[in-house]
Design a protein around this ligand. Sequence first.
Ligand code: ITT
Length: 206
Amino acid sequence: MMQLYLATSNPGKLKEFKELLAEGQDEDNVEFLLPHDLPDVEETEETLQGNALLKASSCYNRLKLPSFADDSGLFVSALPGELGVKSARFGDKTLDDEGRMKLLLEKMKGIEDRSCYFACVLCFYLSKEEQFFFEGRLKGEVAHEIRKGGGFGYDGLFIPEEYKSEGIHLSELSDWKKKNSHRALAFSFARKFFQQNYWKRAETIL
Ligand code: ITT
């Protein structure tokens, strides 16, 4: 059984990764572990790839064991450069998820183009020689009101493209999100790749 350390301090992400791993576990031959003392990493890069690598590599360097990290964000067409890779730091540093959604709602007042997408980049840092990246995206639009429910982050303000006509928010689509989110997509690419190329022979490599 291969063990992978998950470098995240976001409980929403952790919950989703646990659910993703639980599906199809039998074929994976892998388990996720959480580091006890996760290194505090300043996300200084300008891309999701760069920050995912920073987080995964600092976890690997601390533990000297295979690690992976997720860097993700909401990219809003009408607000270029404001969220995206900086989504977790949008607005005042003291804001929580709800505060950031309220700020986004405020900034979108009167703006017609509400198109946006979530993106997630996963970096698997298996060794100094082997790092793998996978990306998933989910298109949608910024809603006109916040709807609480499941999920985390900006889910309460995001309407997936597929649910535009019904106006259903991602926070109301927990089961759908498990299969179709940017994170689920990135993870499914990783799973496919590792099942074919790595996890099955991991015991002989590591
Ligand atoms: P770690 O770096 O510890 O993993 P973080 O919350 O700092 O946790 P990011 O730097 O990747 O994570 O920031 C991602 C932000 O984008 C996060 O704070 C959310 O607000 C938002 N986000 C990412 N994925 C999301 C999702 O599935 N649903 C809603 N919001 C999401």
